[in-house]
Design a protein around this ligand. Structure first.
Ligand SMILES: O=C(O)c1ccccc1NCC(=O)[C@H](O)[C@H](O)COP(=O)(O)O
Length: 264
């Protein structure tokens, strides 16, 4: 694991232990069952691709990051969610991690309530308990970062997501992780173009890994997408969706920027 992931995993384990002590498994499951029904995340991406023949956008609500520091000072998750929806996003990704991304669980609920779009809870999952917690918070999809966990835990997270009627985005960074994703058998696979060692982004990673991805998986190119040409480039490499944060978060007019980014 890279230094940044080691650091995040360490504080996540402590945080989850405290959360579990306060809300044990049966209680978090009860909350998950009371949450509003999951919106089909992968189904929405699929529908967009079938109807338009163009890649779908997963638009990220991201205040700050380890690589860039503060990205968006005037941060209003419901307003951003609405701007993304009007601009044509198919799904949202909402950072809930506090220490590294200045995220918050409340941002997920607030953004989701403001729109009709399915929402990914963008956080670092190190315990199956977090899947029920994510559902209780309203998430329609969870993120499984293979660089952070072993295959047994990844399979548990995937099974839990299925049990709660959620989708799971399985994130890969290299050939070895893509091979693990193929064995795991998920149907939504991400390729993250950002190196977790150097934080550099290289869209060539999508080009390299896409040919190794599971055949029935919908492929998402993540990170470092700034222009319509970038969208076209990863689309040419068979990505059917793009996950974009920073480039849209830095715009004054997020709705117009969203429309312009995807107009290729
Ligand atoms: O964004 C970071 O600096 C980062 C650092 C360490 C782990 C994960 C990180 N980002 C998470 C993401 O996957 C991105 O927020 C997402 O793909 C959007 O990327 P971008 O469009 O480049 O903001």
């Amino acid at each position: 694991m890279t230094d940044v992931l080691e650091r995040i995993a360490a504080y996540k384990r402590e945080d989850v232990a405290a959360r579990k002590a306060a809300v044990p498994q049966d209680a978090v499951e009860a909350r998950a069952r009371e949450a509003s029904a999951p919106r089909g995340f992968r189904a929405a991406l699929d529908l967009h691709v079938v109807e338009t023949g163009r890649p779908a956008l997963i638009a990220e609500i991201k205040k700050a990051s380890p690589s860039k520091g503060l990205i968006r000072p005037d941060f209003d998750p419901p307003a951003l969610a609405r701007a993304y929806e009007r601009g044509g996003a198919t799904c949202l990704s909402v950072l809930t991690d506090g220490p590294s991304f200045q995220g918050d669980d409340a941002y997920l609920a607030a953004a989701r309530e403001a729109v009709a779009l399915p929402c990914l809870r963008k956080d670092f999952l190190v315990d199956p308990w977090q899947v029920a917690e994510s559902r209780a918070l309203g998430a329609d999809c969870i993120l499984i970062i293979l660089a952070m966990i072993d295959d047994a835990l990844a399979a548990e997270l995937l099974a839990e997501a299925e049990r709660f009627g959620m989708d799971a985005l399985i994130e890969t960074h290299d050939e070895a992780e893509m091979a693990r994703a193929c064995k795991l058998g998920g149907d939504l696979v991400g390729i993250n173009n950002r190196s977790l060692r150097t934080f550099e982004v290289d869209l060539g990673v999508t080009e390299l890994l896409s040919i190794l991805s599971p055949v029935r998986a919908l492929l998402v190119a993540e990170s470092g997408i700034f222009t319509p040409e970038d969208v076209q480039r990863v689309s040419d490499a068979h990505a059917q969706a793009v996950l974009v944060g920073e480039s849209l978060m830095r715009q004054d007019d997020v709705e117009a920027a969203t429309r312009a980014l995807m107009a290729v």
